[in-house]
Write a protein that binds this ligand. Structure first.
Ligand code: GLC
Length: 650
């Protein structure tokens, strides 16, 4: 959009551009800058317009984008152009992701190159490598306490090994997702060290206070993220003799985005990784980017403006690169990370569907899908050009973040229901077969979250321990049921490494003093490649899970109705154990797919007359696309075996 104020500022900036930049032939850069500058200027103005150095900072912002564009590879620039033409490319059902620690998966980045055949064998074509940036040993929060944003940690390799990996991934058409930890740095980062030594410039990069007056005011409304290991949101720094804001661990210092220098530094870092071959950047902990006294310091409007500004700037330099919002917040808040008041996504194109994840675990524990339906109805529709990451497990704990009102609406008492879920998954509940561990217990609020691998939480560990064949069968079906739900829901399914072969909790973390107090390490496995070989041996658990997931991925890729264009309708059923939704292609030219899952341990039936309003089925011709066979029917009643799913079509 043309608007005089921003246009004249842009002219001034271009006149003053550094000669090194001026002499470059960067036509596409200027076209995109012109197209986005009105928006960039408006956002920058709202955030930083009252500063005397506003124009100087705007100049630095544009030069930062230009410098990163100049060093962007020709190959990446070509991909940018292709993706501009086919801008909905990532909404296709052809994408299937997997998140992994490179050391746990294959030792390091070079080891990962040697294991890409495994990922490809499964059909995964997008990988999220958990953070590989340099962190202090011990105080790393699994890679999320970064001490150098431009250096690959020696434990994983170096920039050359990452480049080798990225080239190999490109040849295999596998997308690369990398993390940028935008909310905080390690207290051993260079900026933090300077701040702690008393450098005022760098103290302004963080939130530092001489006494408890302001911290105490913040604390009145801020929840605690790690109440057991790092209570409170501020840490006394001996060296600086000041209080510093540390929302996560006491060694993770929150960055101060009300300082434009911080924004520009972090944008530069995002673009740096975009230039190292990342197709997608996962922006960590985005809900926390703006702090305001009197608020929870989560989901603030300015946090969204910062993300919109990051997106607008990234579109100028690296428009083919997508953002994932890691915002594990209330259902109504999550969709805002796609952008508000817009038709097309304008913040992050992808967001974790934490609501669906936790609701699926609710249905597993209760064998009942009422809250699953209710909770999903509370998620507002997505914008166009936006998609979910649907996942069962990830490297973090499972939070029970669904709405109290939804829990009440289905007849449960919120506190008791949450207590039941925690007790169920941590094996305290008497009939529980789950082998999870508590995480983040907060005695003040009664809150707790859950750690544990998919196989251990679902009952496979308990069944294997007692050599209970029936239990093993049930657990395998259950694992496949959950996989079928994330594969068909709409969005990119994100598997978690090890789950494809039924990895159990790994409790060796207890022997490491730096990990022992963080139960999330129980589900961050080191892959046992001998065990993984069993995927070729029929009859083994590894074979049963791996081969079925592999088949599911292959079938998903063939079903265009599984692409994500808001083309899903939930189908409300009388049977409280079943979950059903229909997926259709946009023209509704074919009959689409009816997805049905049975969360109960007994067979259930579905009355096809009930679904016939939303889903047209030709009697007698119904087929399960996954198995290729016709399911058992009695008249109009479809039989769904325990923990079974169907992808039905005619
Ligand atoms: C994100 C990460 C989590 C980490 C936290 C703090 O939520 O997923 O693992 O502990 O950020 O960096």
């Amino acid at each position: 959009m043309y608007e005089q104020v921003s246009h004249s500022l842009l002219n001034d900036i271009l006149i003053r551009l550094n000669p090194e930049i001026k002499q470059q032939q960067i036509r596409h850069f200027y076209t995109r800058l012109g197209a986005n500058f009105y928006s960039i200027h408006s956002l920058f103005q709202v955030l930083y317009g009252d500063r005397d150095d506003f124009e100087e900072q705007a100049q630095r912002l544009v030069e930062t984008m230009a410098r990163q564009y100049i060093v962007r590879s020709d190959q990446a620039k070509e991909t940018d152009l292709e993706r501009e033409k086919n801008h909905n490319w990532f909404l296709s059902q052809e994408w299937v992701g997997m998140a992994m620690y490179s050391d746990g998966f294959a030792g390091n980045l070079e080891g990962l190159i040697t294991k890409l055949h495994y990922i490809q064998e499964l059909g995964v074509n997008m990988i999220h490598i958990m953070p590989i940036l340099q962190c202090p040993i011990g105080k790393s929060d699994g890679g999320y306490a970064v001490s150098d944003f431009r250096k690959v940690d020696d434990r994983f390799g170096d920039l050359d090994s990452l480049n080798l990996l990225s080239e190999d991934l490109k040849k295999r058409d596998i997308l690369l997702t990398l993390d940028v930890i935008v909310n905080h740095t390690s207290n051993e980062h260079e900026w933090a060290k300077k701040a702690r030594q008393g450098d005022k410039k760098y103290q302004d990069y963080y939130y530092v206070f001489d006494n408890r007056e302001i911290p105490d005011m913040f604390e009145e409304n801020m929840p605690e993220v790690f109440p057991e290991t790092s209570p409170g949101n501020f840490t006394w720094d001996e060296e600086m003799q000041k209080w510093v804001m540390t929302v996560f661990n006491d060694y993770q210092m929150d960055l101060n985005y009300s300082n434009p220098a911080v924004f520009i530094e972090m944008l530069d870092i995002i673009l740096f990784w975009a230039n190292q071959g990342a197709d997608i950047i996962r922006l960590d902990a985005v809900a926390f980017l703006w702090k305001k006294i009197g608020s929870t310091c989560q989901n603030e409007r300015e946090a969204h403006l910062i993300l919109q500004l990051m997106k607008d700037c990234c579109q100028v330099t690296a428009p083919g690169v997508l953002f994932i919002a890691e915002a594990i917040v209330a259902p109504v808040e999550i969709t805002k990370y796609f952008g508000e008041d817009a038709i097309n996504a304008k913040e992050c194109e992808i967001a974790y569907n934490a609501t669906y994840m936790s609701l699926l675990w609710d249905a597993v524990a209760t064998k009942n899908t009422r809250l699953l339906y209710q909770g999903l109805k509370s998620i507002p529709d997505k914008l166009e050009g936006a998609t979910w990451l649907n996942y069962i497990r990830c490297h973090d704990d499972i939070g029970l973040g669904f709405d109290d009102a939804d829990i009440q609406a289905v007849g449960f008492e919120p506190a008791k229901h949450r207590r039941f879920l925690i007790d169920y998954y941590t094996g305290v509940y008497k009939d529980s077969i789950a082998r999870g561990l508590p995480f983040g217990q907060n005695d003040k609020t009664g809150d707790a979250r859950i750690s544990g691998s998919l196989a251990s939480l679902i009952g496979l560990q308990a069944a294997l321990e007692s050599a209970d064949q029936d239990g093993i069968d049930k657990a395998v079906h259950h694992i496949l049921l959950l996989n079928s739900m994330i594969m068909s829901f709409g969005g990119i399914p994100l598997l978690y490494y090890g789950d494809e072969i039924g990895s159990l909790n790994d409790c060796t973390y207890l022997n490491d003093e730096n990990k022992a107090n963080d139960s999330r390490w129980a589900h961050r496995p080191t892959i046992d490649w001998e065990k993984a070989e069993l995927r070729h041996q029929p009859g083994t658990v590894e074979h049963r899970i791996f081969s079925a997931v592999k088949k599911m991925i292959a079938v998903r890729k063939e079903i265009s109705a599984f692409s994500d264009f808001n083309n899903r309708e939930l189908i409300q059923l009388d049977n409280p154990h079943l979950f059903a939704f229909s997926r259709f292609d946009l023209q509704r030219s074919s009959s689409g797919v009816l997805v049905v899952g049975n969360f109960d341990s007994r067979p259930q039936y579905l009355d096809l007359n009930v679904v016939s309003q939303t889903f047209k089925i030709q009697q007698g011709q119904i087929k399960d696309l996954f198995s290729g066979s016709t399911p058992a029917l009695f008249k109009d009643q479809l039989v769904v075996p325990p923990y079974h799913f169907y992808w039905l079509s005619d």
